[in-house]
Design a binder for this molecule. Sequence first.
Ligand SMILES: [Zn+2]
Length: 312
Amino acid sequence: MSRTAYYWDPISLEHDTGAHAEHMLRADRLRPEKIAHAIDGVAFRPVEPHDTAEWICRIHDRQYHDWVKEVCRSGGGLLDGGDTPASARSYDAALASVDAVLTAADAIMAGELDTAFSAMRPPGHHALPPRAMGFCIFSNVGILVRYLEEKYRIGRLAVVDFDVHHGNGTQHVFWRDPDVLYVSLHQFPLFPGTGAARDEGDGPGLGTTLNIPFSPGTTEGEYLAKFEAKVLPAVDAFGPEFLIISAGFDGHVADPLADLRLTEDGYAWMTRELKSLATEWCQGRIISVLEGGYNLDALVRCVAAHVQALRG
Ligand SMILES: [Zn+2]
C-alpha cells in the first residue's frame, strides 16, 4: 500500500464559469466529505501557498500571467475565443490548482507520501505559454515538472495523459525536451485537433513524445490493449524518476463531450499498471492531476477508482 493524499480546496468552487461544461459542480462533487467513504485510507491534506506566480512564469509568458490576473481583478471575462471563461476569483483558483501539485511534490520529496491526486480545477493540459485554451488557464503539469526538476533535481520524468483530448499544451512545453516523456492517449478527430501518431517531438526531444489517437467509438478492450502494447513499454524503456498522470475522465462511456467507451474499471486498471512501473522506476512516486470529466456521476466513480488504485 502507498501513502496517498488527496488535495482539494474550496477555492476551486469560486472559478465561476456559469453554464460551461467545466463548471463548479465538478469541484463540489469531489469535496473530501463527499468522496471520503469511497477512498478509505487516503489522507486529505491542505493546499499550501508557494511562490506560485514565479513558478507559473517558468512555463508561461509573464505578460500572459499578469493579464489573467488583471482580467480577474477587474471582474472576469473570456480568456480565449470562448472556451475559457474567467470570474473574479479564477486567477486565485488557477494559482491554487498549481499550488496543489507543488504541495504534493513537497510532501512526496520529503518522504511523507508516495502518491497524490489533485482534484482541483481549472485543469491545465491545453494551456499554452502565451494563452489560455480549452478550459485551461495555467499548465499545472508543465509547472510541476519544472518544479521537480529545479527544486528537487529530478532528471527524468514521464507524463501519461489519458484525458480524452490531446494535451497540446503539455506536448508543446516538452516538444524538444529529451528529459520528459510525454504520452497522450486521445480521441481523434476531436478538440484540439492535434496529436497525430506521427508527432514524436523534435530536435533533442525527438522520440520523447508519444501520441496514441483513437477513433470515435473505440471500445475499452481496444483502448487498453493499445495502452498495454504501447504506453507501458514506452514508460518502461524511458525509465523515469517520477511519474505524473494527467487524469482526465472524459473518455468514460457516459461522458457528453466525447465518444470513447472507457469505464471506471479501465481507469483503475491503467492506474495499477502505471503504479507498478512507478514502483520499479520512481520509488513509487506518482502525482496525478485532474483534467477533464464532465458526466458528474461518472467523474466521481472514476476519481474514486483511480485514487484507490493509486493507494493500492
Ligand atoms: Zn478532456
